[in-house]
Design a protein around this ligand. Structure first.
Ligand SMILES: [Zn+2]
Length: 478
């Protein structure tokens, strides 16, 4: 039997509003436990929620960027359940009238094929607090309670771990680009619930699905998909009955474990949230928000290929990271050389960032300084070897390359007369090596170049050195 995996994802994204969804408490990550709380987000009796308008704006913005229909009428509902990290004993979310419906995003598979993944709905809700366990006790931190969330529910349109990861990456790229969330999986501002089932390829009916909660890295998402696929196939082949259930990923043993049977909607006794008014969203509001959406990744990629003549690969790497893309464009503006700019960014600068595990904005590198560096090399003021050497100073100290070059006396020597003199000196001191070279030991040529560069402390213009060294040997020693 041949099986097909069917995957739908529920992605929870924390919005980066300054204050929480129903009160004025700060949403900042990493504060002392239980310092960003008030009667509303602690669910104290009599405290009344007030909806943060920015959350609604961000939800609409997200919906527009994900090609959704935006509801003109929407409301909040109560989802009732008891869990110790939820102080109200219910969550304020959206049930029947979510703010966005019926969207899609396009992913590009490894083989270059494009696939559209449908989005069922997006709704607004509040986050729960956080339980912190040690061996003996459990602590609770309510700072996160009331942080605004969007839940983005996809259709079951994915068929592999690769597609699921591409979809989440695409969401992350779009949401960070439009500025509604930082989408940091490691800080929990983007969390993924995986719905997965398997069915026989030719069958039209979906299999029985399991939901794997709270996957907080791409690695876990990939492993959970592959593990669940195998587990479910084995169960079907052994004629076991699968039932809908909620499972969790056990990262120590690389398996999924059953938590509980999957709840049905009626278990939550949804009903309208009486403390928050229904909302009517006007055309003007939607139009105004639409005008604030910047160019998205795929649009940028196409433009980079056209406007800057970048390769498909370079354009796709740059457009994936809007900060990097912005940095690239600023650099090109300053040096007017897109090829050099992309080579530096994709080469030495990326290497530096990877090695030091840094993001571009965590360094002092400025686009104007990279532009200046490129110009200095182009104008032959310094050699590219020197350029590579001082790059670290530019990144770590934020200094202008011109100043560094001046300070360190690194200006390239383009003085042919002086270089020729240096060459002659070295050749006459090493006549035995010249002889060996002429007798066929060709690799001595680089040794000569090395000596000249050493004597000039790296400043001799390499193309002048090459030209003069060759002619000098040809003319005077043959
Ligand atoms: Zn509060």
């Amino acid at each position: 039997m041949e099986f097909q995996t069917v995957i739908g994802l529920e992605v929870h994204v924390e919005l980066n509003t300054k204050s929480k969804i129903f009160c004025g408490c700060s949403t900042e990550f990493g504060a002392e436990p239980n310092t960003e709380v008030c009667p509303v987000c602690l669910g104290l009796p009599g405290a009344l929620p007030v909806l943060n308008k920015k959350v609604v704006d961000y939800a609409i913005k997200t919906g527009l960027a994900l090609n959704c229909d935006i509801a003109r009428y929407t409301m909040m509902d109560r989802k009732n359940y008891f869990y110790p990290d939820s102080p109200k004993n219910y969550q304020i979310t959206q049930d029947r009238f979510p703010i966005c419906r019926e969207g899609n995003v396009e992913i590009e598979l490894g083989n270059g094929e494009k696939k559209s993944i449908g989005i069922e709905r997006i709704h607004m809700e509040d986050d729960a607090g956080k339980l912190i366990h040690n061996e003996k006790e459990t602590f609770i931190d309510f700072n996160r309670a009331g942080v605004p969330l969007l839940e983005i529910v996809s259709k079951p349109h994915m068929n592999s771990a690769e597609e699921a990861i591409l979809y989440v990456e695409k969401l992350r790229s779009i949401l960070t680009c439009i500025g509604v969330s930082d989408c940091k999986m490691e800080e929990g501002s983007l969390r993924v619930d995986l719905n997965i089932s398997v069915k026989q390829v030719e069958s039209k009916e979906l299999g029985v699905r399991a939901e794997i909660k709270n996957l907080n890295s791409f690695k876990f998402l990939e492993k959970a998909v592959n593990y669940e696929r195998e587990r479910q196939i084995k169960a079907i082949e052994n004629n076991e009955v699968l039932f809908m259930e909620t499972r969790r990923w056990d990262e120590k043993n690389n398996i999924t474990l059953s938590m509980r049977n999957k709840e049905e909607a009626q278990d939550y006794r949804y009903f309208p949230e009486g403390d928050i008014l229904e909302m009517i969203i006007s055309e003007k509001e939607i139009e105004d928000i639409k005008s604030t959406i910047p160019e998205l990744e795929h649009e940028k990629k196409d433009r980079f290929i056209k406007e800057y003549n970048l390769s498909n690969y370079d354009a796709s790497v740059l457009s994936k990271d809007y900060k990097l893309a912005h940095f690239f464009e600023k650099t090109v503006k300053s040096c007017k050389d897109s090829k050099a700019a992309v080579n530096w960014i994709m080469g030495d600068i990326s290497c530096y960032l990877n090695e030091n595990k840094l993001e571009l904005n965590e360094t002092k590198l400025k686009a104007e300084n990279l532009g200046e560096l490129i110009k200095l090399i182009k104008d032959k003021v310094i050699s590219s070897t020197i350029g590579k050497k001082i790059l670290v100073n530019i990144i770590e100290e934020g200094k202008s390359p011109k100043d560094i070059v001046k300070e360190k006396g690194l200006i390239q020597n383009n003085d042919e007369k002086a270089i020729l003199e240096m060459i002659r000196g070295i050749l006459s001191k090493n006549q035995d090596k010249v002889k060996e070279y002429l007798e066929g030991k060709g690799n001595l040529y680089t040794w000569f170049v090395g000596q000249i560069m050493k004597e000039s402390r790296g400043k001799a213009n390499p193309s002048i050195v090459n030209k003069l060294l060759k002619s000098e040997i040809e003319n005077n020693f043959k």
